[in-house]
Design a protein around this ligand. Structure first.
Ligand code: NAP
Length: 251
């Protein structure tokens, strides 16, 4: 993947942990100048310290318009362009039956996962339209394709919504030189998954048995796909919702 993104400027949100952290490192390894962004400035700074090349860290809550505007403006002021954007920040929310799901948690999940992705896309697209090119990758999930018994209705609705945003923007902006795609990871070993499973190794084992490859994915396996989708190697790929799930959605 070395040099796949040489001289490109890449933004990664939710880069303080898990998939976002692995992606920030993978983008840098591919030659990009990377803007590391997270709601938690300490975790963002920690990722920046792990990068193979100097990176800029900008704190932003993706669900707040003024912070997203500031993030994109800062990135462009610093590096002159925004070529790749990986809109990855997301939260899991509550585990509760559909009819008992708390309204406040619903609002928060939709605000961060759906509105946050939309806001980032909105301001990234404005910049990419000025440039006449760009590549956006959003993080959806296998939960963007199918429902589940996991008692995560808000999360699942938000990730279906991310695919709607991806497809709409891909259709609207394809002729303007901007490609928009989504990743749909299955179960990946990250702090989010650890929070969901707790210390229940047996549950993790049982979950893995539903995956044709009989294991969880690693953050790096998702990160590599984000790099590829942002690169010219994927120059005719637009509007894709790419499962990276060990074959989970195949059955
Ligand atoms: P993670 O380890 O929890 O990392 C998510 C990062 O996003 C955290 O650093 C988090 O900060 C940050 N974040 C949360 N709210 C934010 C906001 N409003 N603005 C900016 N940053 C924010 O989770 P992950 O597993 O890497 O998940 C990354 C993405 O992949 C998410 O969109 C998730 O839904 C998706 N995904 C994950 C899996 C999986 O199995 N792990 C599967 C499919 C899809 P705090 O920790 O401070 O909140």
């Amino acid at each position: 993947m070395k040099n796949l993104l040489r001289d490109r400027v890449a933004l990664v949100t939710g880069a303080g942990s898990g998939i976002g952290r692995a992606a920030a490192i993978a983008f840098a390894r591919a030659g990009a100048r990377v803007v590391v962004s997270d709601v938690d400035p300490e975790k963002g700074a920690e990722t920046a310290r792990m990068m193979p090349a100097p990176a800029t860290c900008i704190q932003a809550d993706v669900s707040v318009t003024s912070q997203v505007k500031h993030l994109i403006r800062q990135a462009v002021d610093l590096y002159g362009s925004l070529d790749c954007a990986f809109n990855n920040a997301g939260i899991e929310g509550a585990i509760a039956r559909f009819h008992e799901y708390p309204d406040t948690v619903w609002d928060r999940i939709i605000r961060v996962n759906l509105k946050g992705t939309w806001l980032c896309m909105k301001y990234e697209l404005r910049q990419m339209l000025k440039q006449g090119k760009g590549a956006i990758v959003n993080t959806s999930s296998t939960a963007g394709h199918v429902g589940s018994r996991g008692r995560m209705s808000a999360y699942i609705a938000s990730k279906h919504g991310v695919l709607g945003l991806t497809r709409t923007a891909a259709v609207e902006y394809g002729a303007k030189g901007i490609r928009v795609n989504a990743l749909c990871p299955g179960a990946v070993q990250t702090p989010m998954t650890e929070r969901l499973l707790g210390a229940d190794d047996e549950r993790a084992e049982r979950m893995a048995q539903f995956i044709p490859m009989a294991r969880f994915g690693t953050p790096d396996e998702i990160a590599k796909a984000a790099v590829w989708l942002c690169s010219d190697a994927a120059s005719y790929v637009n509007g894709l919702a790419l499962p990276i799930d060990g074959g989970y959605l195949a059955h």
